[in-house]
Ligand binder design. Structure first.
Ligand code: Z5A
Length: 207
């Protein structure tokens, strides 16, 4: 049996990852492709518990090393119990955030060493890398305004604007370095326009 494809959605706060993941699912299902939607941090009971701790604003101050290791601890669990088994069965996995988020948030935002992240990436993922990454990009003010409308902010969303500017720049740097894999989508457009662009990017994978 053919292995499934691994597609990830990335971008800053409120750019529309969650809004678009079900659209991607419907495009794939229309092509009779088996699909699994999942997210990071999360995707298993243990990884979701780690997510809760990571997003909790009331935590003691979280050391940057702790945050990085918790992201990869959750990821190891997610890969072993969800992502790899699904791909091996021929199911396509669509994941809301993955390791590019670690490079962007822990690397770009928290200034953790890219070499340390790369080491953990190899250690935890072996050869697993996304086949396609959709980077939804918008100025941070737009994403924050959309998220702000939703109510209370979590530990990451409570960061300062400079942090998000660094995260956005780190994402754009990855896209520039890996243009074959990472496709940048202008998330300032209407949801309909964003989805038209996503469909165009998916097309080569569907034929
Ligand atoms: N994190 C990390 O630091 N390191 C890692 O390795 C990983 C993660 C994996 C949780 O992620 C946090 O974990 C995240 C990074 C960190 N930090 N934060 N914050 P998350 O994915 O759960 O959190 P998020 O980015 O904040 O997701 P989000 O707030 O749910 O944003 P979104 O999914 O991109 O947006 P949305 O919910 O689809 O849309 C937000 C609102 O905008 C909603 O009302 C929509 O209806 C609206 N929207 C969406 N698109 C449009 C368009 N095109 N026009 C108008 N309105 C729109």
């Amino acid at each position: 049996m053919m292995t499934g494809r691994f597609i990830t959605l990335e971008g800053g706060e409120g750019v529309g990852k969650t809004s678009n993941i079900t659209f991607i699912e419907s495009v794939l299902r229309n092509h009779n492709i088996p699909v699994l939607l999942t997210r990071e941090p999360g995707g298993t009971n243990l990884a979701e518990a780690l997510r809760e701790l990571l997003l909790d604003k009331e935590q003691e101050v979280v050391a940057t090393q702790t945050e990085l290791l918790m992201m990869f601890a959750a990821r190891a669990q997610h890969i072993k119990h969800v992502i790899n088994p699904a791909l091996a069965q021929g199911t396509w996995v669509i994941c809301d955030r993955f390791t590019d988020a670690t490079y962007a948030y822990q690397g770009g935002g928290r200034h953790m060493s890219y070499a340390a992240i790369a080491w953990l990436e190899n250690f935890v993922q072996a050869n697993l890398r996304p086949d396609l990454t959709l980077l939804l990009d918008a100025p941070i003010e737009i994403g924050m305004e959309r998220v702000g409308k939703r109510g209370s902010l979590d530990r990451f969303e409570s960061e300062k604007m400079a942090f998000f500017a660094q995260v956005r720049q780190a994402y754009l740097n990855i896209a520039q370095q890996q243009p074959q894999r990472v496709k940048v989508i202008d998330a300032t457009q209407t949801l309909e326009q964003v989805q038209t662009e996503i469909q165009t990017v998916l097309q080569p994978f569907l034929s």
